[in-house]
Design a protein around this ligand. Structure first.
Ligand code: ZN
Ligand code: ZN
Length: 174
């Protein structure tokens, strides 16, 4: 058995020596078979890996996996009772109407609850009623297209949607 002893020095790992037994509590021991290599810690995920190599958390398959994992968590959230309860509240608050269309003087039936600030952006606002707006599928798509297209427009639109939600209830009836 060969242990490579690696001592952490500032930001670098420096190989000190090879020994046959473990035992020094000051050093970090990594068993590497007959190979001796310098190791580093991935800044993104904390995995130990050979210096000069790319961590698996940075490869496409892993990124994809993480994205799929997030989607799965999201799906579970959208199935949850707390979310369904919120949907019912937002729908009732909007009287079943698309609040964005209503702000433009149009009466359209809504069917979708939209997070003004997305769950990825502001996870803390996931369950906040002030962050939720009732929309038709058409306007929901329209809004998401703007979100994806242009960062500046997105910010303006989010501010506007917040205003609509805030002003709800004080809107004049037609
Ligand atoms: Zn990593
Ligand atoms: Zn949405």
């Amino acid at each position: 058995m060969v242990y490579t002893i690696i001592v952490k020095c500032e930001s670098e790992y420096i190989k000190k020596s090879s020994v046959k037994t473990a035992g020094d509590f000051l050093v970090q021991k990594i068993f590497l078979g007959s190979e001796k290599m310098l190791m580093k810690i991935c800044a993104k995920c904390g995995r130990k890996l050979p210096q000069g190599t790319k961590c698996i958390c940075q490869n496409d398959r892993h990124k994809l996996y993480n994205a799929a994992r997030r989607d799965k968590d999201k799906n579970q959230f959208y199935q949850s009772q707390s979310w369904r309860r919120l949907v019912a509240m937002v729908k009732a608050r909007a009287n079943g109407l698309d609040e964005y269309a209503l702000s433009q003087g149009c009466l359209e039936t809504g069917n979708t609850v939209h997070h003004i600030f997305t769950i990825d952006e502001r996870p803390d606002l996931t369950l906040s009623l002030d962050n939720l707006i009732f929309l038709s599928a058409k306007n929901h798509n329209h809004i998401h297209k703007i979100y994806e297209k242009d960062a500046a427009e997105k910010i303006l639109l989010q501010a506007r949607l917040c205003e609509i939600v805030k002003g709800r209830g004080t809107q004049k009836s037609f």
